[in-house]
Design a protein around this ligand. Sequence first.
Ligand SMILES: [Zn+2]
Ligand SMILES: [Zn+2]
Length: 257
Amino acid sequence: MVKLTSLYSGSHGNCTLIQSAESNILVDAGFTYNTLKRYLNEVGLTPSDITAILITHEHGDHIGALSGWAQHNDTPVFAHRLCAPSVESKCGITGVQRFDDGFRVGDVSVDFVKCSHDASYCCGYRFYDGYNYVASVTDTGTVTEQLEEFLLPCSIVQIESNHDEDMLVRGNYPYQLKRRILSDNGHLSNRQASVLIDKLLNGNVRDIVLAHISENNNTHELAFAEAMKVFRNRHIEEGRQVRLHLAYQYNRSKTIE
Ligand SMILES: [Zn+2]
Ligand SMILES: [Zn+2]
């Protein structure tokens, strides 16, 4: 079975650990190398245990730890072929493995979906080990039909619930930044996430993780409450058929399996 642990998630740094029987895969490597090492340590892992690092896109909150990592380890790093050059130049590294199609990491098949985000290319990932599908998709301004279909087979889904639209609009972010976040190339709001969750409940999902929650324009309570409305509308008792989890900026979430 594929398992998912959010090591940390938010505007300052993101890293998700995906584990199968034989592989330990990181999705993104935000913050710094030392911070990432510390979080891995908490789950009993060292950098040498990591099979591969998969990058979603080249924004700093997703690649901050990569140059430090590459100085000390020769872990394979993967990025979409349209994103890999930006990752290499931003991190001052070479040898990022380019993909343009699904690929394998050890005993896990990996495929991806294009996100709608202001990067050279941004994708979400899906993992399959022959038993269950697990996906992590953040940093997307809209939910496409393609994204919904990508997530439907998954038993564990980590999605973005970035901001509360009212908090963002009333907050003190500069106008241009507000526009960027709210745009189709920005981030998913709690409301957009809840529309997606409604769709996911028609699929195989058993665990939903709300991630990339903004510190300034959201609270964990608001994100959770918005998602819970969907459960109530559909008369689904949270914690029974489907569980709802939160990812934190400065705390690891429990491992979901
Ligand atoms: Zn981004
Ligand atoms: Zn991000």
